[in-house]
Design a protein around this ligand. Structure first.
Ligand SMILES: Cc1cc2nc3c(=O)[nH]c(=O)nc-3n(C[C@H](O)[C@H](O)[C@H](O)COP(=O)(O)OP(=O)(O)OC[C@H]3O[C@@H](n4cnc5c(N)ncnc54)[C@H](O)[C@@H]3O)c2cc1C
Length: 350
């Protein structure tokens, strides 16, 4: 007989773990890798978010400043109202998992039929199903036509190396090194995550990363990377809830996708828990999640336009635009809107 759960979640990274924490009932998490094994991210996120996931012990360094470097100069942003941190991915995942009562199965989710997820370890049935498998959208892609889940994909590659570096999150718009994207340096204790990103989704980024590392006089250690998926198409396919990068919820321009994945997952967790407790119907939860994602579209369109500008503007005009947002009032206005994206909307509950 097919094992049956209240919810089956494919993918046990940021979105999957956040959803498992919030969902009441009997929950199964399915991931093709062990929990925390497969880091793709630079793991920079708001400190408050990491704490709310119960993963404060994974924090490596707190950052109250963000620096944007253009060809001409450095712009400093104040993050003291919402400090960010860099954290250890494996530890984060272990701590987040320990905060949920979900069961875990290591298996690759292959397809969805109705409410049954077929995996390499057998089939599992759930009253609710969520696809949290990242840009591959492993389940959604088996039930939705490709056009319905089309994503815009950037690609990032990074290497974590041992060296000293000033605190803060550092972003470099250096065209000689990253012609269609940006580079970053995220310090984490005595190590630094150096990375390069191509907005166009160019994957052969090793030479660019090498150029960046040469500039700082450090040698690459192990590398990791992957796609960042933006799109925010309809996040409900049939009865399937699509959350995080699989729903294209990574933000254009900045490539920030941890906060958005976790917050969208919390939203879905709260909605489905209300259904489980008989307070709401599944149809209501689907509509509420659709409305939640639709409310992000304006901000996402703005960030997509800013990405377009960042790719195409020559150095000087790009510097002028960044300067315009880097004054105290510009920073406050941008950060208020930006950090408000994918916020929580408790008021929707019936
Ligand atoms: C180089 C790089 C650096 C980044 N740095 C940052 C950063 O500093 N801050 C930030 O906010 N964002 C960052 N991002 C973006 C961020 O990593 C993603 O937006 C975020 O990981 C999305 O979380 P998720 O849970 O949706 O998907 P993922 O983190 O991609 O997790 C998907 C999970 O699904 C599993 N999976 C995949 N296929 C299957 C399958 N068929 N069956 C079962 N399991 C499956 C995977 O093993 C994985 O555990 C970065 C991205 C890259 C590529």
């Amino acid at each position: 007989m097919t094992p049956t759960y209240d919810a089956v979640i494919a993918g046990a990274s940021f979105a999957g773990l956040a959803l498992a924490q919030r969902l009441r009932g009997r929950v199964l998490l399915v991931d093709r890798d062990e929990i925390g094994e497969n880091q793709t991210s630079a793991c920079g996120a708001p400190l408050r978010l990491v704490k709310a996931m119960g993963a404060e012990d994974a924090v490596q360094q707190v950052h109250e400043r963000l620096y944007i470097y253009t060809a001409a100069r450095r712009h400093e942003w104040d993050l003291r109202r919402e400090p960010f941190c860099t954290f250890d991915y494996r530890r984060f995942c272990d701590l987040a998992l320990s905060r949920s009562s979900a069961e875990f199965v290591r298996a690759s989710a292959q397809r969805l039929e109705g409410h049954t997820v077929y995996t390499t370890r057998g089939a599992y049935r759930g009253r609710f199903i969520a696809d949290c498998t990242g840009w591959r959208a492993a389940l959604a892609s088996t039930v939705a036509p490709p056009a319905a889940i089309e994503q815009w994909r950037a690609f990032g590659l990074e290497s974590e190396v041992t060296c000293a570096f000033p605190a803060g999150l550092h972003f470099y718009f250096w065209r000689d090194c990253v012609p269609d994207g940006y580079a970053w340096a995220f310090p984490c204790e005595n190590r630094v995550r150096f990375g390069v990103l191509s907005y166009r989704g160019e994957t052969k980024l090793r030479p660019r990363l090498q150029t960046l590392l040469d500039r700082f006089g450090v040698a690459p250690e192990s590398m990791h990377g992957g796609y960042l998926a933006a799109g925010t198409y309809d996040p409900v396919v049939g009865d399937l809830f699509v959350v995080g990068d699989s729903g294209g919820q990574c933000l254009p321009l900045t490539g920030e996708g941890i906060r958005t994945a976790v917050r969208a997952a919390w939203q879905v967790g709260d909605l489905l828990s209300a259904v489980l407790e008989g307070e709401a119907t599944l149809a209501w939860a689907k509509d509420a999640y659709r409305a939640y994602v639709a409310a992000q579209r304006r901000g996402i369109r703005f960030l997509a336009a800013a990405t377009w500008a960042a790719m195409r503007l020559p150095d000087r005009p790009l510097d002028v635009v960044i300067s315009a947002f880097s004054g105290a009032a510009g920073q406050r206005a941008f950060l208020r809107r930006y950090l408000g994206m994918f916020g929580q909307t408790e008021s929707w509950f019936p």
